[in-house]
Design a protein. Structure first.
Length: 115
C-alpha cells in the first residue's frame, strides 16, 4: 500500500537568501505566479500578497514599523503577521508561511489562479 500526500498543500519555494533583506524592510518577488512581499522584522521573515487592496501599490516597497507595513501610496497599514488592515482588521491581505532552510528564505505560496 502506498502512502498518498495531500496535493492541496503548496510546497515551500526558495525566494531570497537570508540576510539580503535589511531589518524593517521588504522586497517583492514573483512566487508561484503571484507577486509576494517578503519582510524582515529583525527576527522573523513574513510573506504576504504584494498588492495593496486599495489601489494596487506594492506593499513590498513600504516601510515596516512595529509589525505593520505602510502602503507607499496612501498610507494604508497592514500587519505582516496576519495580513489585517491595522485600521480595520476585517479587511485582510493573504499571508503565507515562511521558513529559513540552508540560508534561504522560503515561502509557502499556492499557485496563482488562472483565468
Amino acid at each position: 500500500m502506498t502512502q498518498q500526500t495531500d496535493s492541496r498543500e503548496p510546497s515551500f519555494t526558495p525566494v531570497v537568501r537570508s540576510g539580503e533583506i535589511p531589518a524593517g524592510e521588504g522586497r517583492t518577488f514573483e512566487v508561484a505566479g503571484r507577486l509576494v512581499a517578503i519582510f524582515f522584522d529583525g527576527t522573523v521573515y513574513h510573506a504576504m500578497d504584494d498588492l495593496c487592496p486599495h489601489m494596487g501599490a506594492s506593499l513590498g516597497s513600504g516601510p515596516l514599523t512595529d509589525g505593520c507595513v505602510t502602503c507607499p501610496w496612501h498610507a494604508w497599514r497592514f500587519d505582516v503577521s496576519d495580513g489585517s488592515w491595522c485600521d480595520n482588521p476585517a479587511l485582510k491581505v493573504d499571508v503565507y508561511a515562511t521558513r529559513v532552510i540552508d540560508g534561504m528564505v522560503e515561502a509557502q505560496v499556492p499557485p496563482a489562479e488562472r483565468c
